[in-house]
Write a protein that binds this ligand. Sequence first.
Ligand SMILES: O=c1ccn([C@H]2C[C@H](O)[C@@H](COP(=O)(O)OP(=O)(O)OP(=O)(O)O)O2)c(=O)[nH]1
Ligand SMILES: [Mg+2]
Length: 159
Amino acid sequence: MNDHDLDVQIVRLDQGLPLPAYAHPGDAGADLRTTVDLELGPGERALVPTGIAVALPPGYVALVHPRSGLAARHGLSIVNTPGTVDSGYRGEVKVMLINHDPRESLRLSRGDRIAQLVVQRYERVRYVEVEALPDSVRGTGGYGSTGGFSDSSDRAAQA
Ligand SMILES: O=c1ccn([C@H]2C[C@H](O)[C@@H](COP(=O)(O)OP(=O)(O)OP(=O)(O)O)O2)c(=O)[nH]1
Ligand SMILES: [Mg+2]
């Protein structure tokens, strides 16, 4: 297996930090680091610089995903998850972190890995307007139409 499938041009706006890197073979996300020290109080959010700018080839997008360990241990996530980095964007990639913990402040230090970047192909579509959509098995059912957890309120909803 190749250790990569695509070359993506990158500029390090902060030469003191390494390039984004995959922690293991087979990982989908390459970790992004904060260039700054910061403290997030309970419920607080901040737009955090990563010190990189990329030029994705046409037809590719980079998605900024949270790291699950930080989410599980500290309630750290991303407000707009997943963030969308367009192929035409040449500015610094930033991460809109949020501390969901109701009590604890979270201190992050320059160089800490705060998020992960997943590069994917996407389809650019043409929206073709029609009078009515074709039938499907699901139809218009959504928003829990198949039920949820097996608690009493859900059983009531299914009845
Ligand atoms: O987590 C993110 C999300 C976005 N961006 C950058 C790259 C992206 O191409 C640009 C615009 O993002 P988006 O389209 O999500 O934001 P918008 O509010 O619609 O801004 P715009 O009007 O500039 O499109 O901001 C990031 O660096 N990190
Ligand atoms: Mg936009």
